[in-house]
Design a protein around this ligand. Structure first.
Ligand code: 5GP
Ligand code: ZN
Length: 113
C-alpha cells in the first residue's frame, strides 16, 4: 500500500526499532509506549483492519500471536503477564490503518475503560 506508514516500515523506508521478523510478521517498539514494554506486531501484508482480512488469510493472526508469545518470553513479561489488543475501526480509536497487535507489559495494566 503506497501511503501506509507501517508498509513503509516493512519496506525499510521509515526507521523503526525492530524486535522480531519472520516471513509473515514484523514487530517493533511503539514510538509512544504506553507501558515499559509496548510493541506492535504487524503482518507484512497490508490489511487496513482486522475486519478487512479475508477468511482465507486469517491464519496470519495466529502468526501475530505466535510472535507475541516469543516476544513476551524474550522481554521477560511472560511470567508477570501482559496484554494483547487490536483496535478496529472508529470506536476503538484505531489511528494506523494497517492491522497491528499491541503487546503491552512490564507494569500492572489498568482495566480497559
Ligand atoms: P492504534 O491506535 O492504531 O491501535 O495504534 C497505533 C500505534 O502506532 C500507536 O500506539 C502509536 O504510538 C504507534 N505509532 C504511530 N506512528 C508510529 C511510528 O511512526 N512508529 C512507531 N514505531 N509507532 C508508531
Ligand atoms: Zn500497510
Amino acid at each position: 500500500m503506497n501511503d501506509c506508514l507501517f508498509c513503509k516500515i516493512v519496506a525499510g523506508q521509515i526507521p523503526a526499532a525492530k524486535v522480531y521478523e519472520d516471513d509473515l510478521v514484523l514487530a517493533f517498539n511503539d514510538i509512544h509506549p504506553a507501558a515499559p514494554t509496548h510493541m506492535l506486531i504487524i503482518p507484512k501484508e497490508h490489511f487496513p483492519s482486522l475486519q478487512d482480512i479475508p477468511q482465507g488469510k486469517l491464519p496470519v493472526i495466529a502468526s501475530l500471536f505466535a510472535a507475541a508469545q516469543k516476544l513476551a518470553e524474550t522481554t521477560g513479561i511472560a511470567k508477570t503477564g501482559y496484554r494483547t489488543l487490536i483496535n478496529t475501526g472508529p470506536d476503538s480509536g484505531q489511528v494506523v490503518f494497517h492491522v497491528h497487535l499491541h503487546l503491552l507489559g512490564g507494569r500492572k495494566l489498568g482495566k480497559l475503560g
